[in-house]
Design a protein around this ligand. Structure first.
Ligand code: XMP
Length: 431
């Protein structure tokens, strides 16, 4: 492995990914790692010290322990670091060919690293490690159907089969067909030990009349944990909890140089007396590597390349106090949008696309009579990190076809709008 020491460069993760793409495993560690800690890491072939604009924290310049230079492990640093931090290594252009070459030459010529890191080896290693960690004990997993939990489930199934107990909670705010797909793929096809809990009524009862977006989020998140906890208590002899923690969760919550530290939260928040040991087989992977891992494990393409979907689901797209008729409208309209985007090939191009149903009505005309119904808003955005986003300029004929279908097929809707707002000033979701 090549170790990258974090001196606040935004390009550390780009660099780690570029090195992994060369077939050499790479991890990022804080700048104040000790020589002892470095020596304890397995198979370190080289160290890259990568500086950045946050080199100075609270007025104090940070640096690595100088003893690192004399450990007997090749170090790439001063002189190179400025160049390394100012270019994106995945956007190679002619003038940074040199940097690409320098990193490659450092990794293979200076460090003599072997290009043996690939998904097949990763999966085999993790299967072995999970087996060693859990033995013949049982592992519990909250399987939402999102990319990360689906890949964890597929990997653990290969490793420990029916010792894995998956719980899928359908909170009634899933997209059309989503819970059914989870059951079909994991229970019917992969023969997983899957407990399916449909708690739609319980969630919608709790949410009735609640219009504030943050209050809605709190209820959905809190209730989800309670349902999962109830299921966990019913099960006997569970010692481990599997989580779809991935590398960015760890890097983002662990860095000592980032200006704003984001704490990651996956399942978390379970009551104290429900303590499990964690199994996190994807904790070393970047998102694109998680997808590659899912494909390696044979999961369907649509599951592995699923667009991001917020935890509170359609709950934050059925604006204001959720009602069953509007929830149904947003779900049906979303299904039409997804179908048409797939037909037009936009599903592979657009980062996130969905529909929103606000809690006001407008006047229309249907069958020669006045109608007073909900509008549907279409949103389609592109982004790299979800911090900023631009809208997708969808072709008019596609939008017109989607509009036509929504107006014909979705009940209680008489108007369709396209959201033109970038982030900022809007956010991606409406709530
Ligand atoms: P915003 O609306 O903040 O969304 O621009 C950025 C990204 O985050 C997703 N999102 C959420 N994801 N729980 C989640 O797991 C949430 O409460 C939540 N709110 C927004 C959103 O879908 C987009 O991808």
């Amino acid at each position: 492995m090549i170790v990258i020491l974090d001196l606040g460069s935004h390009e550390n993760t780009v660099l780690a990914r570029a090195i992994r793409a060369l077939g050499v495993y790479s991890e990022i560690y804080p700048h104040d790692i000790t020589v002892g800690e470095l020596k304890a890491l397995p198979n370190v072939k080289g160290i890259i010290i990568n500086g950045g604009p946050n080199h100075v924290i609270d007025g104090v310049a940070i640096d690595v322990d100088p003893a690192i230079y004399s450990m007997g492990i090749p170090v790439m640093a001063a002189g190179h670091d400025k160049a390394l931090c100012e270019v994106k290594l995945d956007e190679f252009t002619d003038d940074i060919e040199g940097i690409k070459k320098a990193v490659k030459s450092f990794v293979f010529d200076t460090c003599k690293a072997e290009a043996n890191w690939n998904m097949t080896n990763f999966v085999n290693d993790q299967i072995e490690l999970v087996r060693r960690q859990v033995g013949d004990k049982k592992v519990l997993l909250a399987l939402s159907g999102g990319v990360d939990s689906s890949v964890v489930a597929a990997l653990l199934l290969k490793a420990i089969g029916n010792k894995l107990v998956c719980v899928h909670v359908n909170h009634g705010l899933m997209r059309k067909g989503e819970s059914e797909d989870v059951v079909e793929v994991f229970k019917n096809q992969l023969k997983a030990n899957l407990i399916y809990k449909d708690v739609t009524d319980r969630f919608l009862d709790k949410l009735a009349g609640v219009a504030d977006p943050e209050e809605k989020r709190k209820i959905i998140g809190g209730e989800f944990i309670r349902v999962f906890e109830e299921e966990a208590r019913k099960l006997d002899g569970i010692d481990y909890l599997a989580q779809g923690t991935i590398y960015p969760d760890i890097v983002e919550s662990g860095t000592k140089t980032a200006k704003m530290v984001k704490s990651h939260h996956n399942v978390g928040g379970l009551p104290e007396d429900l303590q499990f040991e964690l199994v996190e087989p994807l904790r070393q992977l970047f998102k694109d590597e998680v997808r590659a891992c899912g494909l390696e494990l044979g999961l369907p393409y649509e599951m592995v390349f699923r667009q991001p979907f917020p935890g509170p689901g359609l709950g934050v797209r059925c604006l204001g106090a959720i009602t069953r008729d509007r929830l149904e409208a947003v779900r049906e309209a979303d299904a039409i949008l997804r179908e048409e985007f797939q037909l037009a090939g936009l599903d592979k191009k657009v980062w996130q696309y969905f529909t929103v149903v606000p809690d006001f009505k407008s006047v229309g005309v249907r069958d020669n009579a006045r109608s007073f119904d909900w509008p549907v808003i279409i949103r389609a955005v592109n982004t790299v990190d979800a911090m900023t986003a631009t809208i997708e300029p969808v072709d008019w004929p596609i939008l017109m076809k989607i509009t036509d279908r929504i107006l014909k097929e979705v009940k209680n809707v008489n108007r369709v709008c396209y959201d033109m707002s970038p982030k900022p000033n809007a956010t991606i979701e409406w709530e």
